[in-house]
Design a protein around this ligand. Structure first.
Ligand code: HEM
Ligand code: 2DC
Length: 458
């Protein structure tokens, strides 16, 4: 017999008290660990109400499959209130990230053709390859200047620049020059604004931004300043590029979307394309530094792939299964998104509980990645587990799923694969001390401390 919704275990009866406890446990930074703890306490399904958010949380791949089958024609994620509050406040349009219903679908279908279709991927491989090569040149220069034949640094700022250069090159067909010594302070400001925007979002997830605005709170003011900086820079890029012939231009020329819709979505693509890929790459280098033998295996694969494909990058990308496995493994242990969520479009049954249509259901992505019932020896970084040795059914979900999955997925994957190819071909990555970096929640999950790596020429 199916059990009723009200019998799902969890803390959902005292939302204000829960918010207080959440705050006491430093939940704004520990959301991922609190979710793991809740699954350990309540089992594979629990219900929760913190502040104004109410949700049902699940962890099993089989249950994720049920959830995504019920996402409906217009899949809807948890609404990130601070983001929509900013747009409403400044009277700016929602892009594909924030739109819903038919408006979302029609914009998304058009954008898909320009950024995520397999056919279009071929177009941006050469662009991304060029950025990858420039990054290698830059690292060699840093190594030479050090006078020690190595370069030891926190790579995160370098990776932010690499990621922004890559995504701009694809969107605008123009290089920003971020791999050079002098970088435009306005572009640096843009990068800082994205980080600040994410950081100021998480404290506002559970308290209505509207209220914080009326109280004139600092976090709201910082958030507005961050988005203003993001939109200003994106506007400048869009203005400059009207005539260029890339994604943006083909959207314009064919007159498929209004200029306001294009601006909104292109700004989201630019802002979404920096911290996500760069942090995933940083975690990957960190894991390769911790596992030198694995690093050599990956290097061997890349060298062989280069031979087989005679340097043709498009072809080369088809011969690096272990590199691709490494990226999946990074997203398993260090996902960007702590959870995936959908408001279910129809009634469903999960773990034998009835869940009514309209309920917000969250898949704990971070918790699933570390669950020994889902992954054998989950604490180990094993890229080979993605080479058909273990089942992959609803387990590789770092970019989400279905028609509402990450729009930047193809750009991100290609950009990250090309980066790793170039790094493995040129440098050895080492780590200094025995520090264990953990994740902290700043809307996306990021390392809790600087990750210092050493790059040595091969
Ligand atoms: C949405 C992850 C890189 C732009 C998402 C979602 C996830 C995600 C989990 C939600 C999907 C869902 O609800 O099913 C990642 C990861 C990245 C990455 C792990 C890199 C490692 C990027 C990049 C861009 C981007 C490079 C832009 C070029 C977007 C946009 C959406 C989105 C616009 C919203 C799509 C929509 O609502 O229709 N991403 N992302 N992401 N991402 Fe990414
Ligand atoms: C954050 O409880 C935790 O890809 C919340 O590139 C639920 C939630 C909802 C939406 C998620 C968000 C979390 C994490 C960041 C995501 C976002 C959807 C898209 C966004 C996953 C899990 C991200 C980083 C986009 C951001 C683009 C934007 C800045 C223009």
């Amino acid at each position: 017999i199916v059990r009723p919704f009200n019998e799902i275990p969890g803390l959902w009866k005292n939302s204000v008290g829960n918010l207080y406890n959440f705050w006491k446990q430093d939940g704004f930074k520990n959301l991922h660990r609190i979710m793991v703890h809740n699954f350990n306490t309540f089992g594979p399904i629990y219900r929760e109400k913190i502040g104004y958010y109410e949700s049902v949380n699940i962890i099993k791949p089989e249950d994720a499959a049920i959830l995504f089958k019920a996402e409906g024609h217009y899949p809807k994620r948890l609404n990130v209130e601070p983001w929509t509050a900013y747009r409403d406040y400044r009277n700016r349009k929602y892009g594909v990230l924030l739109k819903s219903g038919e408006d979302w679908r029609s914009n998304r279908v058009i954008l898909n053709k320009e950024v995520i279709s397999p056919k279009i991927q071929e177009n941006f491989v050469p662009l991304l390859e060029e950025v990858g090569q420039d990054f290698v040149v830059r690292v060699h220069k840093k190594i030479n200047r050090s006078g020690q034949n190595k370069w030891t640094t926190d790579l995160s700022q370098e990776l932010f620049k690499y990621a922004l250069e890559s995504v701009s090159s694809v969107l605008y067909g123009e290089r920003l020059g971020l791999m050079l010594d002098y970088i435009d302070p306005e572009v640096q400001h843009f990068i800082d604004c994205i980080t600040l925007m994410f950081k100021t979002t998480s404290p506002m997830l559970y308290i209505p931004p509207e209220l914080l605005r009326k109280l004139g709170s600092k976090v709201w003011r910082d958030h507005v300043e961050a988005w203003d900086g993001i939109f200003n820079q994106a506007d400048r890029c869009i203005q400059k590029i009207y005539k260029e012939l890339r994604v943006l231009a083909s959207l314009l020329l064919l007159d498929k979307l209004s200029i306001e819709d294009i601006k909104a979505s292109v700004t989201e693509l630019m802002a979404g394309g920096v911290d996500t890929t760069s942090i995933t790459l940083l975690w990957t280098l960190y894991e390769l530094a911790r596992h030198p033998n694995l690093q050599e295996e990956l290097r061997a694969e890349v060298v062989k792939a280069r031979e087989t494909s005679q340097g043709n990058m498009q072809e080369m990308l088809k011969h690096i299964p272990l590199v691709k496995g490494a990226l999946k493994e990074t997203l398993r242990l260090h996902p960007v998104a702590v959870s995936l969520q959908r408001y279910v479009a129809e009634d469903i049954i999960i773990q034998n509980y009835h869940i009514p249509a309209g309920t917000l259901v969250q898949l704990g992505l971070y918790a699933m990645g570390r669950d020994p019932k889902v992954f054998l020896r989950p604490e180990q970084y094993l890229p080979t587990r993605w080479l058909r040795t273990e089942t992959q059914y609803f387990r590789s979900l770092g970019f989400g799923f279905g028609p509402r999955q990450c729009l930047g997925r193809r750009i991100a994957e290609t950009e990250m694969q090309i980066f790793l190819i170039h790094m493995l071909e040129n440098f050895k990555v080492e780590k200094q001390r025995h520090i264990e970096a953990k994740s902290v929640f700043e809307l996306i999950l990021v390392p809790d401390q600087p990750i210092i790596l050493t790059l040595k020429p091969l």
